[in-house]
Design a protein around this ligand. Structure first.
Ligand SMILES: Cc1cc2nc3c(=O)[nH]c(=O)nc-3n(C[C@H](O)[C@H](O)[C@H](O)COP(=O)(O)OP(=O)(O)OC[C@H]3O[C@@H](n4cnc5c(N)ncnc54)[C@H](O)[C@@H]3O)c2cc1C
Ligand SMILES: NC(=O)c1ccc[n+]([C@@H]2O[C@H](COP(=O)([O-])OP(=O)(O)OC[C@H]3O[C@@H](n4cnc5c(N)ncnc54)[C@H](O)[C@@H]3O)[C@@H](O)[C@H]2O)c1
Length: 489
């Protein structure tokens, strides 16, 4: 790891080495700029994404699917398990290996591209100076431009008795000493649902509580319904439309959750995952003329520029969509804006939720299209009808394509099941280039693959359009024809 040089003048100083900061730093270095990236601790290079978020959670999910033999249950029955007893250490085993490898890759990229990594807590001394409290003392970095990518940390209300063992947040989840027999998840957002379903796959009795009436309301309803159906069949209980009033520890190995409705639930453990808070506490933003909002986030405008024009912010700190995937591209786009390089809008962002089974989407949901009064139709492929789906043991997955009834252009693609997060990009590419259903009808796909689902769904959609042709000229309006099409399915 390099030290800051005596001059300490940079074209760009980046705070935070998560996906947003990393890609910003590399992009600026490729433009020939002198770049420094500041990270609080050497071990944390890679950010939340590498150490407590995306990578560890997905590595753990993969370990659970592997060790439980989840993908083979369709063939060998519900009780099938690759390993009879599984411990947290088994689940963590691969995690350390993957994190270490990724850490090396990131550090190597910084070194190769001449990005100076400076270890310590960063804060603003003034609008153009970042002070870093390094282990050797404070260092001042003069910066032409500053890019903030400090990310977020779990929200931890003061009245919740976190102990990292019985009551814990999503960062602490990874350090559990044992797999509990039961877990109450407070907050059915993406984190709560992903970890909740991973634990249910291990046979843990899981209850998910959320204040909203519907889970994951940014996703297509049919897909979420299917997820909930799968979860219930694994024994998960949902308490929706219920707010948590209090959590208490009961003895050494249990906790009670009290709901505003008066209900009380008892569990061996409680995962408290009700959202995240911007990590801006130590940045001394006032010295730069900036102020965070109530959730510690920074407001940005076009090109991820803050109201102080030479300061940019990207990643979770700017709020929605708060994804590693989007953060990386935001970092690149911010640097292009800062140094006058043209960059195209990133377009529709896909969602990939690594639940069990996984779900993914791009574009509009049926609920959004209905609200917009858009003339759309749906083509569906069930994975039980796809040869690869059978091979993979996926009997419940599906892919649906939402398309414009007249132009046949894609409006949205939603999937649940095996490889959903991978195959969604096929729909994304076709949508981005303004493609129509006809592309899938006329194209030959590798066989047997999950991608074939696009062809099957497109043919299903086109068959529904044919039903409109049959009824053409009968004097009915669009609404009646839509009913006919639905009956014809
Ligand atoms: C459990 C979990 C699972 C997730 N799964 C997914 C997923 O599957 N797919 C996906 O796309 N996204 C996922 N996310 C979201 C993803 O991790 C975040 O969107 C992403 O990490 C945000 O990147 P970032 O660039 O904002 O920085 P972060 O990754 O948040 O990192 C910020 C870094 O800045 C450092 N820092 C902060 N302040 C300072 C300071 N003052 N001085 C020095 N350093 C500082 C921190 O130490 C940290 O290392 C998940 C998140 C969680 C919590
Ligand atoms: N696969 C992925 O892409 C992935 C995976 C994990 C996390 N993430 C990112 O991490 C971010 C944070 O996730 P999160 O799940 O912590 O936050 P979130 O904001 O998505 O969900 C929090 C949930 O808690 C509920 N809630 C809040 N207070 C409550 C109370 N008192 N009682 C009951 N319910 C309550 C809310 O209704 C909400 O549904 C997400 O926005 C997401 O972008 C992404």
């Amino acid at each position: 790891m390099k030290r800051a040089t005596a001059v300490n003048c940079f074209d760009l100083v980046v705070v935070g080495s998560g996906p947003g900061g990393q890609k910003a730093a590399i992009c600026a270095a490729k433009l020939g700029k002198r770049v420094a990236i500041v990270e609080r601790q050497k071990e944390l290079v890679g950010g939340v994404c590498l150490h407590t978020g995306t990578i560890p959670s997905k590595t753990m999910r993969e370990a659970i699917l592997h060790l439980t033999g989840f993908r083979q249950r369709e063939v060998y029955g519900e009780q099938y398990r690759s390993r009879k007893s599984i411990t947290m250490d088994d689940l963590r085993h691969k995690l350390q290996h993957v994190s270490r490898r990724e850490w090396d890759v990131i550090q190597d990229q910084f070194d190769r591209n001449g990005v100076e990594t400076i270890v310590g807590e960063a804060s603003f001394a003034d609008t153009h100076t970042v002070e870093v409290l390094t282990p050797e003392g404070p260092v001042h970095l003069a910066a032409d431009k500053v890019l903030l990518a400090p990310g977020t940390k779990p929200a931890r209300p003061k009245h919740i008795p976190f102990d990292g063992r019985t009551v814990f947040d999503s960062d602490e989840f990874l350090d559990l000493d044992r797999i509990p027999r039961s877990m109450i998840v407070v907050g059915g957002g993406v984190i709560g649902v992903e970890y909740g379903l991973m634990m249910a796959t291990l046979g843990v009795r899981v209850t998910i509580i959320d204040g909203r009436d519907r889970l994951l309301d940014f996703c297509d309803r049919e897909i979420v319904d299917s997820l909930v159906y799968n979860a219930r069949s694994m024994g998960v209980t949902f308490r929706l439309g219920e707010n948590v009033a209090d959590v208490r520890r009961v003895g050494l190995n249990a906790a009670a959750v009290e709901l505003e409705s008066g209900k009380r639930l008892l569990g061996e453990t409680v995962l408290f995952s009700v959202g995240r808070q911007g990590d801006t506490e130590f940045l001394n933003l006032e010295a730069a003329g900036l102020a965070p909002d109530t959730r510690g986030r920074i407001v940005v405008g076009e090109g991820f520029q803050t109201e102080v024009p030479h300061i940019y912010a990207v990643g979770d700190i700017v709020g929605f969509p708060a994804l590693a995937s989007a953060s990386m591209e935001q970092g690149r786009q911010a640097v292009c804006h800062a140094f006058g390089v043209p960059a195209r809008d990133m377009g529709e962002i896909p969602y990939g939720l690594f639940t069990v089974p996984e779900i993914s989407s791009i574009g509009k949901s049926e609920q959004q299209l209905t609200a917009d009064h858009a003339p759309y139709e749906v083509g569906v492929a069930r994975f039980s009808e796809i040869a690869r789906g059978q091979i993979a043991g996926d009997e419940t997955g599906l892919l649906k394509i939402l398309f414009h009834r007249e132009t046949r252009q894609l409006l949205g693609v939603h999937a649940i099941g095996e490889s959903a997060t991978e195959i969604i990009h096929i729909g994304q590419a076709v949508m981005a280039f303004g493609g129509t259903l006809d592309y899938f009808r006329d194209t030959v796909f590798n066989y047997p693959t999950m991608a074939e689902a696009f062809k099957v769904a497109a043919l299903d959609g086109l068959n529904k359009l044919a039903a409109y042709d049959v009824t053409a000229g009968c004097g009915w309006g669009d609404a009646e024809l839509a009913d006919v099409a639905a009956l014809a399915v």
